[in-house]
Design a protein around this ligand. Sequence first.
Ligand code: MF3
Ligand code: CO
Length: 274
Amino acid sequence: MSLLRPERIEFKSPAQIRRMRASGLVTAAALAAVREAVVPGATGAAIDALAEASIRAAGAEPNFLGYEGYPASLCFSVNDVVVHGIPGPQAIRPGDVVSIDCGAVLDGWHSDAAITVGAGELDARSETLIEVTRQALWDGIAAFANATHVGAIGAAIEARVRAAEPSFGILREYVGHGIGSAMHMRPDVVNFAARERGPRVRPGMVLAIEPMVVERKIATSTDTDGWTVRTVDGGRAAHWEHTVARTEGGVWVLTEPDGGEAELAARGIQIAPA
Ligand code: MF3
Ligand code: CO
C-alpha cells in the first residue's frame, strides 16, 4: 500500500517541538564541545569520544551510532570528504577543513546538525567555502520562515552560493530531510532551485536543512568503507546543518543555542519559539 502513496510528513504539536528543542540543545552542546577540539594533532576518534560523552552526560543517546551500521557518534569529513567520513586515528593537519555532523535522540526525538571549521590557519579559498556555505544555510532557514513551499529553501541556498562564487558546486545527490521521531523522514530538502515547488510548508514541519558545497565539480565517489563520500576531483567541501521547526509564527532553530535569534535578526526575521 505504501507504494501507492508517498509516506506522509510528520507534523509536530508545539509540545512536541519543545521536546525536540531539548534534543537540539544536546546536539548543540556536543558540537560546541568538539569545535574547540579541532586543532592540528587531534584525531577524529578522540573528537568522536568527546561528542559521545557530551551526549550521554545529557541523558541522551547518539543517534548516528549504529544507524544502518554506522560505527561512530559523529561524521568527521576532512578536506575532499564531503560527508559521512568515519572518525579514526589519523591526526588533523594545519590547514585542514573539517566538517563535523552530529546528532542525538532524547526521549524519542531526534536532532541533527553540522559545522565546518578549520584546523589552524586556512587558505583564503577554504575560508570562503566555509563561510559561503554557512551563510547559505542561514538564508535557507530564513526562506523556511516565510515559505509557502519547501522548494523555497533550496532556491535561497543556491542563490547565495551562486552570487558568492559561481565556481562552487552544490551537491544534488545528498539532501536535507524531515526529522522528528526518526532521523531521516519525509520530505527531502534539496539545496538547489528545483522545478517542483515541493510540499506545502505548514506549522509543525521540522526539517534538517544541510547545504553541502564543494570548490569545483559535484561528482562524488564513496570509499570501500561504504560511507566516506569524497569529491572525484579532489576539491574541498563544506557542510553546515541545523534542525529547524516551522511554528505558528515563523521558525525556531532547535540546534542553535539562541534559537537562531542573532542570524535571523540580521535577515529581518524574529524567531518564533513554540
Ligand atoms: N546528518 C547525516 C545525514 O543527514 C546523518 C548521517 S547518518 C550516519 O546524512 F549514519 F552517517 F551517521
Ligand atoms: Co542530516
